[in-house]
Design a protein around this ligand. Structure first.
Ligand SMILES: [Ca+2]
Length: 440
């Protein structure tokens, strides 16, 4: 019935999709054009108005891509001395994590960044580091060099453990800065926090999506219409909660401009969420659509919790896939840790238009088995769920790397950033432009 009003071509395409999912035919095909290599772990990509781009390397550098898309020799910033300890040559989630341009960048030259700093003086004893959200400026003179010495600190969040930092940034059409923050780390939302966990605890900024106003002087201000801005309960910076490790956050630049957050699962399911103001996204009461028991993480309880402590509904993800740790030999378990991307709004890849393009870090913790994925939205007016499919590579035939981040340029074309190893090892980081299958 849902196809009845579609023209014949759309009908045929829609029918193709039905058969494609039913018969597990391979997903869409793309090729990857190598844009930059020689990096360590490129985590974020920000297009400048002139067509160049800033590239964040986790080890504490900002590099420059020229208008030809190639890496230049310019070091736009080096903040190694501002970072927390990071494990060079080993796995680490800490470092310089994100950089976004202020919506008024063309005139004010402001950029916002997130990085892990040493634990701030007065931070809780035994904690690992402090997640810092700060503002730098990029003077217009060439060669481009970020002024990081006169940084403005907007927000600091003490981190009990080294992992689950979040630290993804995005500006909304409302002009406010959205900040994704992990649950504090360790595992199962346990350890160095109350037994009720951090995701469900409204008195901490850990395990949350925050919304702050960076357009006042000094530290960040709180928008008056934030859900807990009246001070009765909860921290006023909180926009949504019940989040585990949001390694991906972006607004759709087209369509309804929804806010998409990918949430890394513990053991069973990797999530994609559309974030609503005040929403409770379930962690650690739920993982994906099922219940979660922090003390038995591979055994979802029979009763799926429906509400949080305030009686509020727990909001379902829009799409999940199985985590290969919980579903060891299942071919539909595409990986172990979701890396968020963007709703595709470019011109090169019409098959992906309007769908969410993202990936999984790797199916294995040790071997480089990253995967590109697409979450397809249901047809307009349909109540069908989103579907998740692998994106097949034509050239190169295999990625052979860990997927660590995504970028989107001024034209809406997309980039995937990879690390050839699971550690911070110089030379293993690459940036690829996602191109049509036959383009290379
Ligand atoms: Ca969730």
């Amino acid at each position: 019935m849902r196809f009845s009003c579609l023209p014949p071509l759309a009908f045929a395409l829609a029918l193709d999709l039905v058969f494609a999912s039913g018969l597990a035919i391979a997903g869409p095909k793309v090729s990857l054009q190598l844009v930059a290599d020689g990096l360590t772990s490129p985590l974020a990509y920000a297009s400048l108005p002139d067509g160049r781009a800033l590239l964040v390397d986790q080890i504490g550098q900002v590099r420059l891509l020229g208008t030809d898309g190639k890496l230049t020799g310019d070091i736009v910033a080096d903040i190694k001395s501002k970072l927390s300890a990071i494990n060079h040559g080993a796995f680490d989630e800490r470092g310089l994590l994100s950089l976004v341009l202020h919506p008024g960048f063309s005139s004010n030259r402001r950029v916002l960044v997130a990085y892990t700093a040493p634990l701030r003086p007065g931070g809780p004893i035994g904690y690992d580091c402090t997640l810092r959200i700060a503002e730098w400026t990029l003077p217009a003179r060439e060669p481009l060099a970020l002024d990081t010495t006169s940084e403005r600190v907007l927000l600091e969040i003490d981190k009990p453990f080294a992992n689950h930092n979040g630290g993804r940034l995005a500006f909304g059409a409302d002009g406010y800065l959205y900040v994704s923050v992990g649950d504090g780390g360790n595992a199962n939302d346990l350890g160095r926090r109350p037994p009720t966990g951090n995701g469900q605890n409204l008195d901490t900024l850990l395990g949350k999506i925050l919304r702050i106003d960076v357009n006042t002087a000094g530290a960040a201000a709180v928008p008056k219409d934030n859900p807990f801005s009246d001070g009765k309960i909860g921290r006023p910076e909180i926009f949504a909660y019940g989040i585990r490790n949001p390694w991906g956050m972006s607004f759709d630049r087209g369509g309804d401009h929804a806010l998409y957050v990918s949430d890394v699962g513990q053991t069973m399911f990797e999530e994609l969420n559309i974030i609503m103001k005040g929403g409770n996204y379930g962690w650690f009461l739920r993982e994906g659509f099922v219940g979660f028991d922090a003390h038995a993480p591979t055994k979802p309880p029979a009763n799926v919790p429906k509400t949080g402590a305030l009686g509020e509904p727990l909001i379902d993800p829009i799409a999940v896939y199985k985590n290969a740790n919980g579903f060891k030999k299942d071919p539909d378990a595409y990986g172990t840790s979701v890396t968020g991307g963007y709703v595709y709004r470019g011109r090169d890849l019409p098959e992906l238009m309007g769908h969410y393009v993202y990936g999984d870090w790797s199916r294995s913790f040790v071997l480089p088995q990253g995967q590109l994925l697409v979450a397809r939205r249901p047809a307009a007016g349909s109540s069908d769920p989103w579907t998740v499919e692998p994106i097949e590579l034509v050239s190169p035939e295999k990625l052979g790397a860990f997927v660590v981040g995504f970028g989107q340029d001024n034209d809406g074309e997309m980039y995937v950033m990879t690390n050839g190893s699971n550690s911070l090892t110089p030379g293993k980081g690459r940036v690829w432009k996602i191109r049509p299958a036959g383009a290379l």
